[in-house]
Design a protein around this ligand. Structure first.
Ligand code: GLU
Length: 423
């Protein structure tokens, strides 16, 4: 292989992991080194400073990023995260993962990601609005409804998208719904977008259960994270007849081996702001939660939760990754050796970006679909992607993560191959 170009600007654990995964898959696919080298680098990475007037009258400057990994299959797509750990390398790695995720689902997009280093929970609504509006203006150079389309991710939500859409639209003198996805319904959001990631996880689990000949009903499930992804996955799995034996959020976890009533838990969360303290459950730490006896574990919180030091103690036989990058490569190897079926992030949580694609298409056409149309199409795409990955894994004798990456990387590489190099 020819010598690879230096990537030190993007140094971070997650970027390293993303490269190790890519290099391994490139070798398996026997990828030409010219294309492999291009895939290792983002196409563009924008770093911005975001001055924000805080409630106390002082101005604070935040660091923000928007990274576009590949534009070969179409405009770029990916979420925006507000988190204290955001850095250029992490955002770049997540943009790369979005490229594989979109390609695997067959969407006409390249991958992108945005991030602002901040603690959104410590900020007022006004401060978050000011931050979002100024960030939008700063990245206006590189986003657009046919360039790069942001969406929610960790620490951002529908309201964040409404502010972004409004800010962008004001500068254009007209409303531009296609600039973001994950918007509130009233301003061009899609039916079913809020539930999409959690629902997609359930569709992936239907298929996993089918291939493993174990019905979903009656399976004991632990869900880490009770935000947009975890809460919906927990509710839908509970409705499918699963026993939700543990749930956690940023403030702590709760367990009950006989099952938690998710409807009542949602009412408790609406009042208390956390799952902690829900009557009839025992409190556990987030670390203990992951190690609870169960059949299915859904890590749907943040990255690097299943690591070398706890992978041995994971009891689940299926792990469905709702979060991006919840399992480190070392832990992945341990789970693989122990025969645990890991449904990787780029497959398990693809429901979000799939319905984002539907929202974008609907917005461009000003023609909106019923929720039943959305969920039917979502299920079709998730099922097709899952079964393709399962079959490839069986054919190649690999785990599902390797198979999913092979399929995603292969498609992006094919795009580069047919388009060629400009000039
Ligand atoms: N943030 C989500 C993800 O990581 C959704 C991205 C999107 O809808 O564009 O897949």
């Amino acid at each position: 292989m020819a010598e690879m170009t230096d990537i030190s600007e993007f140094e971070s654990p997650l970027y390293r992991t993303a490269l190790v995964q890519l290099d391994r898959v490139a070798a398996r696919l026997d990828l030409e080194s010219n294309i492999h080298e291009r895939l290792r680098h983002p196409r563009r990475a924008l770093v911005v400073s975001i001055p924000v007037r805080m409630d106390d009258g002082n101005t604070k400057v935040f660091r923000g990023y928007r990274v576009q990994h590949s534009t070969v299959l179409g405009p770029t797509k990916g979420g925006l995260r507000y988190d204290a750990d955001v850095n250029l390398g992490e955002v770049t790695a997540l943009a790369m993962l979005m490229s594989w995720k979109c390609a695997l689902a067959g969407l006409p997009y390249g991958g992108a990601k945005g991030g602002v280093r901040c603690n959104p929970r410590a900020m007022s609504v006004t401060e978050r609005e000011n931050l979002t509006r100024r960030y939008t203006v700063e990245i206006m150079l590189v986003i657009g409804p046919d360039h790069d389309i942001p969406a929610p991710d960790l620490g951002t939500d529908e309201q964040t998208m409404a502010w972004m859409m409004d800010t962008y639209s004001m500068t254009q003198g007209k409303t531009v719904p296609g600039i973001v996805t994950g918007k509130p319904l009233i301003v061009g959001g899609s039916a079913g977008r809020r539930e999409a990631t959690g629902r997609g996880i359930v569709y992936a689990l239907y298929q996993a259960a089918r291939h493993l000949s174990q019905p979903l009903r009656g399976q004991r499930v632990v869900v880490q994270g009770f935000g947009n992804v975890g809460s919906v996955a927990a509710r839908l799995l509970w409705r499918e007849g699963c026993v939700i034996s543990g749930v956690g959020d940023v403030k702590g976890g709760i367990v009950n081996p006989h099952g938690i009533d998710i409807r009542q838990l949602e009412a408790h969360v609406a009042e208390a702001g956390t799952v902690a303290g829900f009557p009839g459950t025992e409190p556990v730490s987030n670390a203990e939660l992951l190690e609870q006896p169960c059949d299915i574990l859904v890590p749907a919180a943040i990255g690097s939760q299943i690591r070398e030091d706890n992978a041995d103690r994971i009891k689940a036989t299926i792990v469905a990754e709702g979060a991006n990058g919840p399992t480190t490569p070392e832990a992945d190897a341990i789970l693989r050796d122990r025969g645990v079926t890991v449904i990787p992030d780029i497959l398990a949580n693809a429901g979000g970006v799939i319905v984002s694609y539907f929202e974008w298409v609907q917005g461009l056409q000003y023609y909106f679909w019923r929720e039943s149309e959305i969920t039917t199409r979502l299920q079709e795409i998730m099922t097709r992607a899952f079964n393709r990955v399962w079959a490839l894994g069986a054919k190649e004798g690999t785990d599902l993560r390797t198979a999913a990456l092979m399929e995603g990387v292969r498609r992006v590489a094919e795009g580069y191959r047919v388009r060629g190099l400009y000039p």
